[in-house]
Design a protein around this ligand. Structure first.
Ligand code: 5GW
Ligand code: MN
Length: 342
């Protein structure tokens, strides 16, 4: 009798201890992310030690359905991701794309005095841009002799294409979309899977990798990511094809970087080229040229992925709380010095 009683007491005691432990554990999980991290690490340790591997052959932290960055939005209302530091694991995403044997075409224009930006652009790209992946740069210039001799790594290619000199910035700005459209049509189909079109007065300072790939990719303009849309510099004159009515618009996207699949970027460049031609016929030039047309396009053809201003910052010397890493940035330039005399 006494034995049975003490057995039951011991059983009840262990039951209480167990309940307490379960309670503590669930409680910690729901309110203390750092505890979750510990649990995950322990699991990883177990996985490693029993020789188990995740499907992508990597041991990595368990993704959380509860914990993420809370100081920025990482998804749009149409469920496109917005890529910020802390929203992806570079090892996981690299290992997924590594299996796909992809080529990323990258276009850049350097006419007139803008060839001076090429060295820093290309050298910094070698260090930070799609490192470990096949990249093919297509460089359009009116001065091929000014292209610096930058040593490119394995599986990285540069094709220089000579353009006639253009002195009017309108011509440079307008012709870019048409040249991209024709490049995709005539040359890229069997050569590349994705394309990015970048300004040359820029430099890479941090990783820009496969996390940026998507069907249609826009980059949020660094001046406008934290302002209400009535301040966006959209084209507001109905006469222009780039017209966006007041009170409309999602984000203000930069014209200095955009990309995506060949098909989607082809449609984008073709549409912008056609819209700009209509504007020219109607003697109107949109406020910010092709950037205005790009913004109109993205309003009606939503990007499937957005890159945060980490992917195009204003100038490396300026800082912001939510931008924790500057990956790519405009360099400070003296417009009067580099632009042709108008
Ligand atoms: C740009 C503005 C006025 C006159 C000429 C140009 C210009 C642009 C040029 O003389 N040469 C040239 O190669 N470009 C290309 O267009 C560069 O790739 C440049 O990055 C891109 C956009 O022009 P940006 O960079 O001057 O425009 P913002 O808005 O970044 O200052
Ligand atoms: Mn620029």
């Amino acid at each position: 009798m006494v034995l049975r009683q003490s057995f039951l007491i011991i059983l009840a005691f262990f039951g209480m201890v167990l309940c307490g432990l379960i309670y503590l554990n669930t409680n910690q999980n729901s309110c203390k992310p750092q505890i979750i991290e510990k649990v995950i690490t322990k699991k990883n340790w177990k996985l490693k030690n029993f020789g188990l591997r995740s499907p992508v052959g990597l041991v990595y932290n368990q993704p959380s359905a509860l914990v993420s960055r809370t100081d920025v939005a990482s998804v749009t209302p149409w469920l496109a991701p917005i890529v910020w530091e802390g929203t992806f694991d570079s090892r996981v995403i690299d290992s997924i794309y590594k299996q796909q044997n992809i080529t990323i075409a990258t276009t850049v224009f350097a006419l007139g005095k803008y060839t001076r930006f090429l060295k820093d652009f290309l050298e910094s790209a070698e260090e930070h841009y799609f490192v470990g992946f096949r990249v093919h740069f297509y460089l359009f210039t009116d001065q091929p002799e000014e292209v610096p001799n930058v040593k490119l790594g394995q599986e990285r290619y540069l094709t220089v294409k000579t353009l006639p000199s253009m002195n009017r910035w309108q011509d440079i700005s307008m012709s870019r979309m048409e040249i991209l459209e024709k490049l995709i049509e005539n040359e890229l189909a069997s050569e590349a899977d994705y394309i990015f079109c970048l300004d040359v007065d820029t430099k890479f300072y941090g990783r820009w990798g496969v996390e940026s790939l998507g069907r249609l990719v826009g980059v949020i303009h660094p001046w406008f990511f934290n302002v209400p849309r009535f301040l966006f510099t959209y084209e507001h004159r109905p006469k222009s094809q780039a017209y966006i009515p007041a009170g409309k618009g999602d984000f203000y996207y930069t014209g200095a970087a955009f990309g995506g699949s060949l098909k989607d970027v082809h449609n984008l460049t073709k549409t912008c080229r056609e819209q700009m031609n209509i504007d020219t016929a109607n003697s109107i030039e949109a406020l910010w040229h092709e950037e205005s047309h790009l913004n109109k396009y993205f309003l009606y053809n939503k990007p499937s992925k957005l890159l945060s201003p980490e992917y195009l910052w204003r100038d490396i010397s300026m800082s912001s709380g939510s931008v924790k890493i500057i990956r790519f940035s405009h360099v400070a330039k003296n417009n009067a010095e580099v632009r042709p005399n108008l």
